[in-house]
Design a protein around this ligand. Structure first.
Ligand code: NAD
Length: 284
């Protein structure tokens, strides 16, 4: 059986079209990014986010701060963006230089503008089953599963990885969609046996081809979040041979990656809508 390829590039283009329509309807949406220091990969990510924002009509505000900025100065920038009514979404690019407290910085963000969904308030809302702003990568995975009509209710889902930005929110979203969810991680015993139970597998580890074809249950939907740079180029956490057993599979590249930026833009629109509705209902 050859799997249906879940085409993240095509779906991301569709999501961006939807976002562009929403932006045109709402008008004047602003996304601010804060980048501290000169990590080369972060520079690329920030550039891609800005290009994507501009392409859908979201105005972007690109804050570049020196690597030796103090925690206090960084928090001042975040607070300024919190207070700026023309800004609907704010994200602080990770990783930050070691002398800065990433947690404190995220906690200082206005949760209503936290388009990465990393603020404890947003993480807590997801845990309680009332999500508003959810991290873009797992959100993109849910959108792909929905697009390809993968049945989630009652299905056995296995998420490999328990990071706060991918694995944990992914598990909660699948649970809320009524899947029976197992979270596997670096201490999991007999990963092959756990993976073999999965009707839906989401691999978010960062180890090239950790999941081999023989682990996959026949007919499973396989989502590969992993992005591993190897001599052979960018590869995922799942061996591409898994396509012979899976019913659905995401490619790397061209799967989850493009969806992440598209969902960040969708989150910016969501934040703008929610904040404007609240401002409109504010008693004078
Ligand atoms: P992380 O390093 O924070 O977490 C990795 C997780 O994998 C940990 O919870 C760990 O317990 C688990 N793990 C490590 N080794 C394992 C093993 N041998 N068996 C089972 N579990 C193991 O990483 P992250 O930020 O969650 O990212 C995971 C991967 O997803 C990376 O390759 C990253 O580049 C990629 N990623 C891609 C996107 C995208 O847009 N496509 C976005 C975010 C992350």
């Amino acid at each position: 059986m050859a799997a249906t390829i879940m085409d993240g590039k095509a779906l991301a283009a569709k999501v961006k079209e939807e976002v562009a329509r929403d932006v045109a309807e709402l008008g004047g949406i602003g996304l601010a990014t804060v980048l501290v220091g000169d990590d080369p990969a972060s520079h690329i990510y920030i550039r891609l986010k800005h290009e994507a924002a501009e392409a859908v009509g979201i105005r972007s505000d690109d804050r570049r701060l020196p690597a030796d900025i103090s925690q206090e100065e960084l928090l001042e920038v975040v607070e300024e963006l919190n207070a700026d009514d023309s800004i609907d979404g704010v994200l602080v690019q990770s990783p930050m230089p070691d002398h800065l407290d990433e947690e404190l910085t995220v906690e200082t963000l206005d949760p209503a503008k936290d388009v990465d969904g990393f603020h404890p308030r947003n993480a807590g809302a997801l845990y309680l089953g009332e999500p508003l702003l959810v991290p873009a990568t797992p959100l993109g995975v849910m959108r792909m599963l929905e697009e390809y009509e993968v049945e989630l209710s009652g299905a056995r889902a296995v998420v490999i990885g328990r990071s706060n930005i991918v694995g944990k929110p992914m598990a909660h979203l699948l649970l809320q969609a009524n899947a029976t969810v197992t979270v596997a991680h670096s201490r999991t015993r007999d990963l092959a046996a756990v993976v073999n139970e999965a009707d839906i597998l989401v691999a978010a580890v960062g180890v090239a081809h950790l999941v081999t074809a023989d682990m996959i249950k026949t007919g499973a939907a396989v989502v590969d979040v992993g992005m591993n740079r190897t001599e052979a180029g960018l590869v995922g956490d799942v061996d591409p041979g898994a396509a012979d057993r899976a019913a659905f599979i995401t490619p790397v590249p061209g799967g989850v990656g493009p969806m992440t930026i598209a969902m960040l833009l969708a989150n910016t629109v969501k934040a703008a809508r929610a904040r404007r509705a609240r401002l409109a209902n504010r008693p004078d």
